[in-house]
Design a protein around this ligand. Sequence first.
Ligand code: FPP
Length: 264
Amino acid sequence: MLSRSTRNKTANSSSTDVPPETALPRHVAIIMDGNGRWARERGLSRQAGHRAGTENLRRLLKVFAERRVQYLTLYAFSTENWKRPKREINPLLRLIGRVIDRELQSLHENGVRLVHIGSLEPLSDDLRGRICRAIELTKDNDTLTVCVAFNYGARAEIVEAARRLIRDGVAPEDVTEESFAGHLSTAGLPDPDLVIRTAGEMRLSNFLLWQAAYAEFYSTPVYWPDFDETEVDKALLAYSQRVRNFGGLNGGSANGAKSNGRHG
Ligand code: FPP
């Protein structure tokens, strides 16, 4: 485990298997994939896979907080996920309601701030109310911000930002990357440094298309319910060894390494 004391010790030693604190990402975004395959391989229902995925998330929030990650964005339900059969969607929505009921107090006591991106419109009044109350209750917490992307799609978010700019009467010459980002649902959150996708796929699937422009991408074949503390540390170590140039030369690397990469 990469506890605070271990990391401090390691930062002063020549060990290469854990990253120094300065090379850890501030914002990690995760595409939690593979619940269904995890369940199928065990002869279980897809719903059991989502339950196992949810349990895993509960364990990992603590791990990310211990690693001093400040922002965690989780792709919980995409706008495309509505295409799944109702027999999968309805229990998943109920599961999310139950997680809020069961975990909210402990998340609040541990300083977790919950935020949401996406549209809550198609949800029942009851579930929408529970999500809004959770956001309101935790809004002043500052240990870890957990941003739940629920009924979220990045293209829809970008279109909505353009509409808001127009509604706000922003002149074309005042549309800049900064003013545009300020109209996205993630306004006020830093861009993700690291995007993790479990279960082996190598695509963003309409997740944070604007915000992840310079994020490091890490894909692992491990299914989400099995993505444990050791896997988190592998991802953080991989991140710490990447060179981040942001399009320039040799600047901004996570670990001070140099590269001749052309695309940043
Ligand atoms: C992808 O697995 C997972 C989802 C669509 C749901 C993710 C949701 C959770 C982990 C539950 C709770 C989340 C919160 C924030 C309370 P998949 O079904 O696409 O798996 P497959 O590709 O193997 O079929």
